[in-house]
Design a protein around this ligand. Structure first.
Ligand SMILES: [Fe+2]
Ligand SMILES: [Fe+2]
Length: 270
């Protein structure tokens, strides 16, 4: 019965395109895209009993808070983009795809790590630690680690992945205090989700615990809007510890290339 309802009414579809004349000016691929939208729209029909609970209740449109910054997350609008070079490098993504506040935060974090004398690999981990937030704020440690995994050492990916869970747990001896900012964001006495607690328990026993912990230590004070920052001190470190694919990030056929392409072309509708 429901399958029958999915069959499209051609006249309604033509009207949705703006009428016969407007439809005649559209390319085949534009029509195919419009057809997809039309079909998806049909699925929002509350005539499907199981969909009633999920239908919009009206009110102003809202953005999901876990959306990545490139798409305009819960806090800001999407920013204007210029095309990337055909074989984009990590530096191109830093310069042309990171919103300024993220760029500043990552450069400050990596700058503090560099000044404190930690090894270069961990400076790179600090430089990349919140890169995943550009694609998805929710679980950004996991997203970010997956994006860089083919190009960095296992330990750098580990540090990026798990800084997200460790930041909720103080380690005074290592110089990490529970951030006042989290009290403001999450409230007094916040208890992290069970999967975060389980991840913390697992990571603190791991031989690479301090690698992830060092990211949180250098995360803590890296929010100074007046501090000048530059990518220059990190160009050689990236060159030594990030295996840039010659085809460009997003075009090397790796299983995670699509994640970089999504940053490259965030306006592609499908
Ligand atoms: Fe983070
Ligand atoms: Fe951070």
């Amino acid at each position: 019965m429901q399958i029958e309802r999915l069959q499209i009414d051609q006249e309604t579809f033509i009207q949705a395109l703006g009428g016969e004349e407007a439809a005649a000016t559209m390319s085949a691929s534009a029509k195919a895209d419009a057809l997809d939208d039309f079909m998806i729209g049909a699925l929002n029909d509350p005539g499907y009993p199981e969909m009633v609970a999920r239908a919009r209740n009206g009110g102003p449109p809202t953005l999901r808070r876990g959306t990545g910054a490139i798409f305009g997350d819960g806090q800001r609008q999407p920013f204007d983009l210029v095309p990337l070079p055909t074989a984009p490098t990590l530096l191109d993504y830093f310069r042309l795809r990171l919103p300024l506040p993220f760029l500043r935060h990552l450069l400050q974090s990596a700058g503090m790590a560099l000044e404190s004398g930690v090894e270069e690999e961990l400076v790179l981990a600090c430089l990349l630690h919140d890169f995943g937030q550009n694609l998805a704020r929710v679980d950004h440690g996991w997203w970010g680690a997956q994006m860089i995994e083919p190009y960095v050492s296992e330990r750098v990916a580990f540090a990026v992945r798990y800084h997200q869970a460790l930041r909720f747990y103080a380690d005074e001896a290592a110089g990490y205090h529970y951030p006042e900012l989290y009290v403001q964001i999450f409230g007094e006495g916040y208890i992290p989700e069970p999967y975060i607690a389980a991840t913390y328990e697992q990571v603190r026993k791991h031989p690479w615990y301090m690698a992830a912990r060092m990211v949180t230590v250098n995360d803590l004070y890296a929010f100074d809007p007046n501090k000048s920052v530059s990518l220059d001190p990190f160009v050689d470190i990236i060159g030594r510890h990030f295996r840039q694919p010659p085809e460009g990030l997003g075009f090397d056929g790796s299983p995670i290339a699509h994640m970089w392409r999504s940053l490259s072309f965030p306006d592609h509708p499908l």
